[in-house]
Design a protein around this ligand. Structure first.
Ligand code: TXA
Ligand code: MG
Length: 349
């Protein structure tokens, strides 16, 4: 398949490119597009055959449901039994990085929801994404635009890397601002529950309903007694080729432990990357330090995390040593993604 690339350049012709992409969606094709969280791989959510192409292009397990993307807060065509708390979440956080799970209407084909009777819905904040949805005149089902299991792409070059030749169109915009996927809140239960931490923190959600909790199963290694409620959270994910280990603890001890591990690995002829923050980077004199951002501003760390994991692959690293973060605010989403990349291999110091 020949994949066409249209790059948004902040000029008049941009609209033509978005319309061109929308024509592929309308015709049942697949389009990668920017969102504020990560790039998505979209198809018409109401067209079962089109949605099947997403699963095929990504190599995605059939039991993993997709999120549908809308350009308006009016979702009555797709969801039924919309509780009051869902309306309040929508009012406060849409457009933005929040996916709400509701009971689905029959118009949503089973392939889109992976045979569940619920559906995740999100209104992205990114203008290009919203225009694409509007011009397509439908709702767009879109998982992250990566091959299943790889880190989600935060720029269009990474979409090309994973999906060139497998999809119809790549709409290239800016780098994703948030860098981790949307927060998923299940509103089919009362009180609602966070199934995946993301761009909207638990603290922010609790301003709407103080009873909201995070699914306990997602912050630890999945086991048979405690399974994550979001099907996608059970898979190994965000995994670069290198072996990832998280070192978690007080700053000084973390740095000391990492320095010792870097030295040991280099002695054993391994290529080592360190995922660090600007405050700590100068401490590491061996190995390749990749600065994610500032430890004082965790949104900067979230923004560059997936790109950093991919860069480690480009560098052919054997070992990735990642500094851990306190599970508070944005730290929850960052640790969730790191834990999955590391297969929950954490050394506490
Ligand atoms: O930020 C995002 O949400 C991005 C952008 C493209 O919008 N999309 C995204 O989609 O991350 P994906 O497919 O990579 O992740 C969707 C997650 C999966 O873990 C899936 O299992 C869960 O949402 N999910 C979807 N529908 C669900 C449902 N009805 N019940 C429970 N979990 C659901
Ligand atoms: Mg994904």
């Amino acid at each position: 398949m020949n994949t066409k690339v249209g790059i948004i350049k902040g000029e008049k012709e941009d609209e033509i490119r978005i319309k061109e992409a929308a024509e592929f969606i309308k015709a049942g094709g697949t389009v990668a597009f920017p969102t504020e969280t990560v790039y998505g791989l979209g198809a018409d959510a109401l067209n079962a055959e089109a949605v099947e192409k997403i699963f095929k292009a990504k190599g995605r397990p059939q039991d993993n449901p997709l999120i549908i993307h809308v350009a308006s807060k009016n979702i009555e065509a797709y969801a039924k039994e919309i509780p009051e708390v869902a309306n309040r979440l929508i009012e406060k956080f849409w457009p933005g990085p929040l996916t709400i799970i509701l009971r689905k209407k029959d118009i949503i084909p089973n392939v889109t929801s992976a045979n569940l009777d619920s559906i995740g819905i999100r209104m992205p904040d990114n203008q290009i994404a919203r225009k694409l949805i509007e011009f397509s005149n439908t709702t767009i089902a879109a998982p992250s635009a990566n091959i299943s299991g790889r880190p989600s792409p935060t720029d269009f070059q990474r979409c090309i890397e994973d999906l060139d030749g497998k999809i119809d169109y790549i709409l290239g915009g800016d780098q994703s601002d948030i860098g981790v996927e949307s927060t998923i809140v299940d509103c089919t239960i009362n009180p609602p529950m966070v199934l995946r931490p993301g761009g909207i923190t638990l603290e922010m959600l609790r301003e709407i309903d103080s009873r909201i909790e995070i699914d306990k199963a997602i912050m630890q290694k999945p086991n048979k007694d405690l399974k994550p409620k979001a099907p996608g959270m059970k898979y190994r994910h965000y995994a670069p080729n290198a072996k990832v280990t998280i070192i978690l603890g007080e700053r000084k001890k973390t740095v000391e432990k990492i320095k010792e591990m870097v030295h040991y690995n280099i002695e054993n002829s391994k290529k080592v990357c360190i995922l660090t923050v600007e405050e700590n980077a100068k401490e590491y004199t061996e190995g390749i330090s990749i600065i994610l951002g500032s430890g004082k501003e965790l949104s900067t760390v979230a923004r560059s995390l997936f790109e950093a994991l991919r860069k480690c692959d480009d560098l052919k690293a054997d070992v990735i040593l990642a500094e851990g973060y306190e599970e508070k605010g944005f730290g929850v989403a960052i640790m969730n993604r790191l834990n999955k990349a590391a297969g929950f291999d954490v050394i506490e110091v």
